[in-house]
Design a protein around this ligand. Structure first.
Ligand SMILES: [Zn+2]
Length: 212
């Protein structure tokens, strides 16, 4: 396979440059900056499920702190938020229970653990994805869906590790269920493409958009 000429960006369709890191073949888009694994490295659903089932259901203090920090940084500053969809809530749904405890009206969706299609027919003041978008096979389809789920003037809050400037041997690549890697350039592309305004950005792991 000639990776130089055949692989178009899975997000924006533009040309990509091949890279290798951590033993994986990757493609970096010259337009939106998305870095993505080759399809050859996608796990099938049963292998993905097996991998996710290995995640601890008894989260450690570090995980709990990271969730609480996300709530304080990305959700609490917007007082108009009442309804929230936790998209990709995972097996334990800790974020959802914390948000319910502090008074939000929470719905949950997960491809493997909470396949409630009805919640995808509503719109929400906030849709949040915490450590989810790096698992996307097809970010174009997924982002169109995420934006559809947000009410006009509502918010989309994302936590993922942004592609670092020093990319070599990046640990995030090595998780076999991580396929799509987003940089600041990609997040700017997302804003321009989907009619979103960036309202919060720590440029490391958390970004919040408002839908216009
Ligand atoms: Zn692209």
């Amino acid at each position: 396979m000639n990776l130089n000429s055949s692989t178009k960006c899975r997000f924006c369709g533009f040309l990509t440059t091949p890279i290798t890191d951590g033993g994986f073949k990757l493609h970096k888009c010259q337009n939106c900056g998305l870095i993505f694994k080759d399809q050859i490295d996608f796990l099938n659903p049963s292998l993905e499920m097996k991998r996710y089932n290995q995640h601890s259901i008894d989260p450690d203090d570090g995980y709990l702190k990271s969730i609480n920090d996300f709530i304080s940084f990305a959700i609490v500053p917007f007082p108009e938020i009442k309804t929230i969809l936790d998209y990709g809530c995972g097996r334990i749904g800790y974020l959802g229970s914390r948000l319910s405890d502090i008074g939000y009206q929470v719905s949950e969706y997960d491809l493997y653990y909470q396949q409630n299609q009805l919640v995808l027919e509503n719109q929400y003041d906030l849709v949040c994805t915490v450590e989810v978008i790096e698992h996307f096979h097809n970010p174009k389809v997924e982002f169109a869906r995420l934006c559809q789920l947000v009410k006009t003037n509502g918010y989309l809050a994302i936590k993922t590790q942004f592609v670092p400037i020093e990319f070599k041997n990046w640990w995030y690549i090595r998780d076999t269920t991580h396929y799509s890697f987003f940089s600041n350039q990609t997040f700017v592309y997302i804003a321009a493409t989907y009619g979103l305004k960036i309202v919060l950005n720590d440029h490391i792991q958390t970004i919040v958009y408002q839908k216009k």
